[in-house]
Structures are given as structure tokens and as C-alpha cells.
Design a protein around this ligand. Structure first.
Ligand SMILES: Cc1ncc(C[n+]2csc(CCOP(=O)(O)OP(=O)(O)O)c2C)c(N)n1
Ligand code: SF4
Ligand SMILES: [Mg+2]
Length: 321
């Protein structure tokens, strides 16, 4: 039976601030899962600590709210143990690109088949608005005593460099676009990043909903706002790598586009390469029966309930070592 987005709601109160972009991302996730014909037991959402880390509370799937910065290792372990699951890792820009940056880079090297959604709000929302690694240098959001002294990380450029084979950006208030990006990322064969631009009305008073909408630069003739966001697909940008010969240039094109900021900000898919073997493909080379008998399907006890794991050898080794 096909499910509706509302079937992916939970009864848990979403305690984000009014107007928080996280609500849009939550709605997009529920819509994407329903449109993909998935059921809750087929999905695991894994989050870190931050306002964004609460997404799995409000979407009815399996979920793990893990530790700050450890989203990706948890997600990776789950996908390796049970490759049948659709794994969606989800967290903040501080979580994934500050304390979790090492995991971000090394996840790229593996190219495991799962999706990672980073909420880019430019701040550490949960801990009251400190600068996150995506906040541009010289910008002063309201909780900072002085302008940000550090350069910003560009999540798309870092992902493409690290080895993610799909990199996209969306916007929390464009729920339909976000939903499409989630579907494409989940259908992609390999590790997929979605950077979601997420206004934080409480602590980020610079890149606000009105700023993205271009309310500050109304057309003098019509009085209409001119949105800063534009869609890559509408400008004919082609992110797909069809042969290794074109990979380098596609990466350069992705960097260039991802660097546009200010007056025009692109959203959409920047890079997509399904030629690279996934981590699962690589494991299969070494363990041909991996998919037939992954760790999650292995027997841990016999019919009498006794463990089938024999630790005798391991204990003997410990005694002699
Ligand atoms: C190991 C560890 N260090 C620091 C913290 C404190 N802490 C909790 S959330 C957070 C930052 C959250 O920012 P971000 O990841 O951007 O998520 P947001 O709240 O903006 O969604 C920090 C530093 C923690 N919980 N654990
Ligand atoms: S602090 Fe910001 S990110 Fe956190 S819930 Fe409030 S608006 Fe959302
Ligand atoms: Mg943040």
C-alpha cells in the first residue's frame, strides 16, 4: 500500500523556533519517502547533536540521534551491517563540518551508498548562535561580539574533493525542490550530499528568508523582490559524469558554480558520478557472499538461544598475549 507524507509524521512535538527552516526539510523528507513508495521500516535516519539533529524525532522511520559529529560513522555502520536499508544521515553544519569534518572527508573516500543532508544555517543553533564552519569571513551574526575571523568551508566543493559522488544544494523553504533533491540523492548509487540552505530566524540575522528572497533589492519598476536563488537545471548546467575523461572538468565546473554567492546563489545538482565503485562493490570483490549474508542477517543464537559465536579462540589468544 502506498503511503502518504502524513503517514511519515510522528506525535512528537517539533520544538524548533517558529519559522525555522528545519520544518521545511522535515516536510520534504516526508514527501520524498512517500513519493518513493518507501515504508518506515525500510529507512533509517541518523542524526548528530544540534537543532537539526531532532529531524528523526519528527519523521516516522527508524532513527538514531547519535553524538555530536559522529553522524556519519553511525550511518556507515548501519548501512554496512544491513545494506537493504535506505540510510539518511542528517545534521548541522557544525556537526558535519566542524567536529565531524574528519568523518566527512573519510566518508567520501569510501563512497558508501547513502545520503547525507547538512543543514547549513551558518550558526551553531542549539548552543545559541556561535559561528559555524560555513559562516563567511567578516560576517557578524547577532550572537557574535565581532565579525567572523575564519574563512568558510564550501560543503559542495569539499564533498566533491573528498570523493562524494553526488553533490547538490537546496533551500529549506523550497520544499518541492528539496524533496526532488532528496529523491535524486537516495536513488543515486553512491554517497550523496545535499547541502540545504536553512534560515535560522533566531540566530542568523544575515542570511534570512527575506535575504534569500531578495526583499532588499526590489525591482524599482515593479516593486517585486528578486530572489537570490536560481536553479542550475534552468540554466542548462549538466552535472553528470559520463566518462572518466570528463570527470576533472565536471569537478571544476561544480567548484565554480558552488562558489557563486551573494547576488546569485545556485541550487540543484552540481556533480554526479556513478562510474566510481561504491564501498559495497569494493567489499563484494573481497567477500562475494556479503550481500546474501550481511552482518544484520547472521545468526547470533541457535534454536535453544545459545550464542553461535565461539569466543574460545579469542579468549585463549587473550590469555597468551
Ligand atoms: C562532543 C560535543 N561537543 C560539543 C557539544 C555542544 N554542542 C551541541 S550542539 C552544538 C553545535 C550545533 O550546531 P550545528 O551542528 O550547526 O547544528 P544546528 O543546531 O545549527 O542545527 C554543539 C557545539 C556536544 N554536544 N558534544
Ligand atoms: S535556533 Fe535556529 S536552527 Fe535552532 S530551532 Fe531555532 S531557528 Fe531553528
Ligand atoms: Mg548549524
Amino acid at each position: 500500500m502506498a503511503l502518504k507524507p502524513s503517514d511519515f509524521r510522528t506525535d512528537i512535538f517539533a520544538d524548533w523556533c517558529p519559522g525555522c527552516g528545519n520544518f521545511g526539510i522535515m516536510n520534504a523528507l516526508q514527501m520524498a519517502y512517500a513519493e518513493m513508495g518507501l515504508h518506515p521500516h525500510q529507512i533509517v535516519m541518523v542524526s548528530g547533536i544540534g537543532c537539526s539533529g531532532k529531524e528523526p524525532h519528527n519523521v516516522r522511520t527508524y532513527g538514531v540521534h547519535t553524538l555530536h559529529g559522529r553522524t556519519l560513522p553511525f550511518a556507515l555502520g548501519i548501512k554496512l551491517a544491513n545494506p537493504d536499508l535506505n540510510v539518511v544521515a542528517i545534521g548541522g553544519d557544525g556537526d558535519g563540518l566542524g567536529i565531524g569534518a574528519g568523518h566527512f572527508v573519510n566518508a567520501g573516500r569510501r563512497n558508501l551508498d547513502m545520503t547525507y543532508i547538512i543543514h547549513n544555517n551558518g550558526v551553531y543553533g542549539l548552543t545559541k548562535g556561535q559561528a559555524s564552519p560555513t559562516l563567511k569571513r567578516s560576517v557578524k551574526t547577532k550572537a557574535l561580539p565581532r565579525p567572523n575571523i575564519n574563512e568558510a568551508i564550501n560543503p559542495i566543493a569539499l564533498a566533491v574533493t573528498a570523493g562524494f559522488t553526488f553533490a547538490a544544494r537546496s533551500y529549506a523553504y523550497d520544499v518541492i525542490h528539496m524533496k526532488e533533491m532528496i529523491k535524486q540523492a537516495m536513488l543515486h548509487k553512491g554517497l550523496a550530499l545535499i547541502e540545504c540552505l536553512q534560515p535560522c530566524p533566531t540566530y542568523n540575522d544575515i542570511t534570512t528568508k527575506d535575504w534569500y528572497a531578495g526583499e532588499d533589492r526590489k525591482d524599482s519598476a515593479t516593486g517585486k523582490a528578486q530572489s537570490r536563488l536560481y536553479k542550475l537545471s534552468e540554466e542548462g548546467f549538466d552535472p553528470i559524469v559520463r566518462s572518466w575523461d570528463e570527470d576533472f572538468n565536471k569537478k571544476i565546473a561544480a567548484y565554480k558554480k558552488a562558489s557563486e554567492w551573494g547576488d546569485r546563489i545556485p541550487i540543484g545538482v552540481f556533480y554526479k558520478n556513478e562510474l566510481e565503485p561504491t564501498f559495497q562493490d569494493r567489499i563484494l570483490q573481497r567477500i562475494p557472499f556479503y550481500l546474501a549474508n550481511p552482518p544484520a542477517k547472521q545468526e547470533l543464537k541457535d534454536q535453544k538461544g545459545n550464542s553461535t559465536v565461539d569466543l574460545t579462540q579469542f579468549m585463549d589468544d587473550l590469555k597468551t598475549s
